[in-house]
Design a protein around this ligand. Structure first.
Ligand code: MG
Length: 163
């Protein structure tokens, strides 16, 4: 049998549609904007993509399997809590986050001023130093559904190590 690696990498992706009358929550931060994101939970696509990256790296399934969106327990859930539970879940199977990197693809609003708070909040949940949590945002140059401001997409990569 081959030796199991001590470090593993996972990728996560999430997207949510903008909807009026909801707060915009990304990376656990409430961001002033005319619209929020539609979803069963708080629709925090950053936390969701990151959760999937960590679960994927740990070979521990995915966010939908852990937190089914037809389960009333997760209605309007704070997605940082879901991320926290996912970290606990992978710890139980022997993995701990080492470092994460996130790209948010969003036409508006500009996120730059919110990114330090996102990184700090996520780092706290992940049990990591802030320097090991990187979040960046970019537009889609006006192209397609993101460019038209219909929604947001997030890609996350996480490294985990054997505990
Ligand atoms: Mg989601």
């Amino acid at each position: 049998m081959s030796k199991s690696p001590r470090l593993r990498v996972g990728i996560g992706y999430d997207s949510h549609r903008f909807e009026s009358g909801r707060p915009l929550i990304l990376g656990g931060q409430s961001i002033p904007f005319a619209q929020g994101l539609k979803g069963h939970s708080d629709a925090d696509a950053v936390s969701h993509a990151l959760t999937d990256a960590i679960l994927g790296a740990s070979g521990a399934g995915d966010i939908g399997r852990l937190f089914p969106d037809d389960d009333p327990a997760w209605k309007d859930a704070d997605s940082l809590d879901l991320l926290r539970l996912a970290v606990r879940h992978v710890a139980a199977v022997g993995w701990a986050p080492v470092q994460v990197d996130v790209t948010v693809i969003i036409e508006r609003p500009k996120l730059a001023s919110h990114i330090p708070a996102m990184e700090q909040g996520l780092a706290q949940v992940l049990g990591l130093d802030t320097s090991l949590v990187n979040v960046k945002a970019k537009t889609n140059e006006g192209m397609g559904w993101i460019g038209r401001g219909e929604g947001v997409a997030v890609i996350a990569v996480a490294t985990v190590e054997a505990r």
